[in-house]
Design a protein around this ligand. Structure first.
Ligand SMILES: Cc1cc2nc3c(=O)[nH]c(=O)nc-3n(C[C@H](O)[C@H](O)[C@H](O)COP(=O)(O)OP(=O)(O)OC[C@H]3O[C@@H](n4cnc5c(N)ncnc54)[C@H](O)[C@@H]3O)c2cc1C
Length: 400
């Protein structure tokens, strides 16, 4: 937050809002809230932060309003169930909250900090993401059941003509759409096609200037490193982030080590059911990696200030990627980069984009598949595909 030169972190597990100063990054304050501290939105005009939290019997759902200048809680607005997403409209001095479990959204007046309207959604449920288009005064509410985007303007509901899923392919087809539009071709892809593996990553903050190291180095191991019960590695790849001064303070270097594994169930199970064992295993892998790095850079161990280990369970938690895959489908022999269908048989007005329709994955897959999807929409709607068109078309509100 530029105005207060601070960083606000919603920590759902600790049930608190944590405040950090930027330089140096240090905890400077915290505000106790309820469990599941979640989405936040900043009201820059009033320097207020709206934070959704709570939602179980012991901790009723609320939206905290925090004065960021004095780091104090100025209001705690009760809502029916947990607030999943928040948006703000400085023009009309309103905040919006998606209250997914009650199929409604709430409008909050940022002046009085009170709820001024509730609106129930009737055509779709599980309304989690929210976005506000200030220019057109349109509130976009995305629902998961069924996958629908609703645009709301002045009490009117506009059902989306098109729904584009950029989310994980397996979740979209088999969970969100309940497998209703699976044909044999889709089944074959998800049953047979190869996936990029998942991975652990050991990240180290080292208080050494490692500018003499290469950017990447592979270490061949004399005895294999056991990552999990199904994975042994005979070499390790290190990356030394010594090529850009913004990665670490002067005299220090960020170093990462990537450890591929396909045993995502092992790590998921550990994280869910054996949290202590999970931490121990992560620690063991980190120690083994540091031992190997020590052989390359004697003395590095004593200079390590930060150790962070992510696992396939982390990948799944943060990206939702099927099986914790790093980047979706492998390129099948002979099939090259040929894209997969971006539509589902029997589901109209629906398209998919991203790595799950473009084997080989990677960041370019997002742009390439988005372009293909836009072209298809333009063709269907008989609108010229013009990348330079500047005028956005305002959707026509439709009464429900
Ligand atoms: C460590 C690492 C390094 C990489 N390095 C490179 C690189 O150097 N170059 C490169 O080109 N690529 C790289 N990649 C791959 C690249 O990041 C991905 O291929 C790319 O981000 C895929 O884009 P996407 O839009 O398809 O999916 P994502 O970027 O994964 O976006 C999908 C979004 O959907 C959300 N989502 C998932 N499931 C649901 C659901 N059920 N409901 C709602 N939302 C959901 C996710 O939270 C996510 O925000 C790397 C990947 C990793 C993991």
């Amino acid at each position: 937050m530029e105005a207060t030169d601070s960083l606000y972190v919603a920590d759902g597990t600790l049930a608190e809002l944590r405040v950090y100063t930027w330089t140096p990054l240090a905890l400077s304050g915290k505000i106790k809230l309820s469990e599941d501290v979640d989405d936040m939105v900043y009201d820059a005009a009033n320097q207020l932060l709206y934070v959704g939290h709570g939602g179980d019997a012991a901790n009723p759902a609320k939206i905290a309003v925090v004065d960021t200048e004095h780091v104090t809680l100025v209001a705690n607005i009760p809502v029916a169930t947990h607030s999943e997403a928040l948006e703000i409209d400085p023009k009309s001095r309103r905040a919006f909250a998606n209250i997914a479990d009650s199929n409604e959204f709430a409008v909050i007046a940022t002046g009085s900090k009170e709820i001024t309207a509730h609106r129930k959604l009737t055509k779709a449920a599980d309304n989690v993401p929210l976005a506000f288009d200030s220019e057109h005064q349109l509130l976009y509410v995305a629902c998961r059941t069924p996958g629908t985007l609703i645009a709301l303007a002045d009490g009117k509901t506009i059902m989306a003509n098109w729904v584009i899923s950029a989310a994980d392919g397996h979740s979209t087809i088999f969970d969100l759409l309940g497998g209703k539009y699976v044909d044999t071709a889709i089944e074959k892809v998800y049953d047979e096609r190869g996936l990029f593996p998942s991975y652990l990553q050991v990240s180290l903050g080292v208080a050494l200037d490692l500018s003499e190291q290469p950017r990447m180095a592979t270490r061949l191991l004399s005895s294999p490193l056991i990552v999990d019960p199904e994975t042994e590695l005979d070499h390790l790849g290190f990356r030394f982030f010594n090529f850009d001064p913004t990665f670490a303070p002067p005299g220090k270097t960020a170093v990462t080590c990537f450890l591929p594994t396909r045993n995502f169930t092992y790590w998921e199970n550990l994280r869910r059911n054996y949290p202590v064992g999970y931490q121990e295993k992560k620690h063991r892998v980190a120690e083994a990696v540091i031992d190997i790095l020590e052989k390359r850079i004697p003395g590095v161990r004593t200079a390590i200030e930060v150790v962070d280990v992510s696992t396939p369970a982390t990948v799944i938690r943060y990206t939702g990627n099927w099986k914790g895959s790093m980047e979706g489908w492998l390129i099948a022999p002979g099939a090259s980069f040929k894209p997969l269908p971006n539509t589902l048989a029997g589901l109209h007005g629906f398209l998919m984009v991203g790595q799950w329709v473009m084997p080989g994955g990677g960041l370019p897959s997002g742009i390439m598949t988005a372009r293909t999807a836009l072209k298809a929409i333009c063709k269907h709607d008989r609108v010229p595909f013009d990348l330079h068109a500047r005028e956005a078309v305002k959707p026509e509100p439709v009464a429900v």
